[in-house]
Design a protein. Structure first.
Length: 287
């Protein structure tokens, strides 16, 4: 998750708000407009590019005078293919922060994947909520954001905040509807249909909007994420429950409508599997 160090520390001390009593529902789910494509072949990472940030992840938000690790053999320990629960999985170690980018320029799609947490937790987040991220519309130089990630829009994968939106990079912004929630860390915004219009931008005080509810399964279980993207709009769905929708995705003030798929390494062991994408021509409705 992209945030300042102050927000990182605050997040560890702030309890998550209980889920709203009335869950949102998904309607008019689009049918695939073409064949599905598997992004993870279960054998190797030949279609993926790895990048590692700083050898000491605690330096990530401090603009250090040292260079990130970048591309190198060390990434094989952070990103690899393993067998988990009897099936191939993409393993993200989390000890060194970085990104794994699936090559391709994707637009107008439904992306589905499954994830579950491993047991590993590493400094400087060893006592905080396990954290990772599904970043879409990724573009630009690797490591351009805090020496560690490419610019993108983030579908947050962090316990208590699955589906939160975070613009990754100072050039990235998005708009949604939200209400004030004093239980959250600044900017204390929670997605709510019918809320007031809010634009959030990377690298500013308005750096995220929290998911409507917490739909994550208990620790140790697999979770299914569905990301629906059409042009500069998107819907985030967790275990079949819609938790956020965004619009007016932008990079440098221009519509952001396509890009690569990026997975984070950010302090927690994570397993991914069944990463499949298919074209769509409409978005589902959130009610």
């Amino acid at each position: 998750m992209f945030k300042t160090l102050a927000f990182t520390l605050a997040l560890a001390a702030t309890p998550a708000l209980a889920a709203p009593s009335k869950p949102l529902t998904l309607a008019d789910v689009p049918k695939a407009a073409g064949p599905a494509v598997t992004l993870f072949n279960g054998k190797d990472l030949k279609d993926w590019d790895a990048w590692l940030g700083y050898a000491d992840p605690a330096l990530t938000y401090k603009r250090p005078p040292v260079a990130p690790i970048g591309v190198g053999a060390q990434s094989a320990d952070i990103f690899k293919v393993v067998v988990e629960d009897g099936r191939p999985a993409l393993y993200v170690n989390g000890r060194t922060w970085g990104s794994l980018v699936r090559r391709g320029d994707f637009h107008d799609y439904h992306l589905r994947l499954q994830y579950k947490w491993g047991k590993g937790r590493w400094a400087p987040r060893e006592t905080q909520a396990p954290n990772n991220g599904l970043l879409y519309h990724s573009h630009g130089a690797p490591g351009a954001v805090w020496g560690t990630w490419s610019q993108a829009v983030e579908f947050e994968i962090m316990t208590g905040s699955i589906g939160m939106v975070v613009p990754v990079g100072e050039a990235i912004s998005t708009t949604t509807d939200a209400v004030d929630d004093p239980a959250l860390i600044p900017p204390k915004l929670r997605f709510t249909p019918g809320g007031r219009v809010q634009t959030v931008q990377g690298g500013t005080g308005n750096w995220n909007v929290e998911a409507y509810s917490d739909a994550e399964n208990p620790a140790g279980e697999w979770n299914t994420l569905d990301l629906y993207v059409l042009g500069d709009r998107a819907v985030h769905v967790v275990n079949g429950v819609p938790v956020l929708e965004v619009r007016d995705l932008k990079a440098d003030g221009r519509p952001l409508t396509h890009g690569a798929i990026q997975l984070q390494s950010e302090g927690a062991e994570t397993f991914f599997r069944d990463i499949v994408i298919e074209p769509i021509t409409s978005l589902p409705k959130v009610k």
